[in-house]
Ligand binder design. Structure first.
Ligand SMILES: C[S@@+](CC[C@H](N)C(=O)[O-])C[C@H]1O[C@@H](n2cnc3c(N)ncnc32)[C@H](O)[C@@H]1O
Length: 162
């Protein structure tokens, strides 16, 4: 069986509504991540890298101190869904490994995305060089790791789901 790309698999997830389950499952960790980086006394711009259906973009975009919130994802279906929920939102359809934003950000956030990237160090360098403003911050959540034994069969599950 030919191996499908994560972008393709997550596109199918968006079609069958599994993106909403991800949003629910990630909510608690994401809230803690945001709390640790969002400035409390000044305005900030925000990007969600691998934004899925854009739920974090909308969550942060509602904050009074947020001057600009955008999302980028490689899945056509995820971006279409984000745009259908929030037609005036800024959601970019692009592969993170080749994308360059038009304007840089104070905060870059990414939840459950980096282990799908073949060369994460190259992406980190690119985020630092061209995505972030001086003094900006990247916050990233990852649930796929050795000590999380429940995550060990995810690669197999991801290949076989629909
Ligand atoms: C596990 S989902 C997480 C989505 C979202 N961050 C959330 O918490 O609901 C991973 C997302 O990363 C996206 N993705 C994976 N590799 C990508 C890449 N190279 N470029 C752009 N998006 C990518 C997928 O399309 C998918 O929407």
């Amino acid at each position: 069986m030919q191996k499908r790309s994560p972008i393709e698999v997550f596109g199918e997830w968006a079609e069958i509504g599994k993106d909403e389950g991800m949003a629910k499952g990630h909510e608690s960790a994401v809230s803690q991540m945001l709390e640790s980086v969002l400035p409390v006394e000044r305005h900030f711009s925000f990007l969600d890298a691998g934004c899925g259906n854009g739920w974090v973009v909308r969550k942060v975009g509602q904050l009074p101190r947020c001057s600009r919130a955008e999302g980028v994802d490689g899945s056509v279906q995820m971006i279409e869904k984000a745009r259908s929920i929030d037609p005036s939102g800024r959601y970019h359809l692009a592969n993170l490994t080749t994308w360059t934003p038009e304007a840089s950000f104070d905060i870059v956030h990414s939840m459950e995305v980096f282990y799908y990237i073949a060369d994460p160090l190259a992406l980190l360098k690119s985020i630092r060089a061209t995505w972030l403003n001086a003094g900006g911050k990247l916050v990233m959540g990852i649930d796929f790791y050795t000590e999380n034994t429940a995550s060990h069969d995810w690669p197999e599950k991801l290949r076989s789901t629909k």
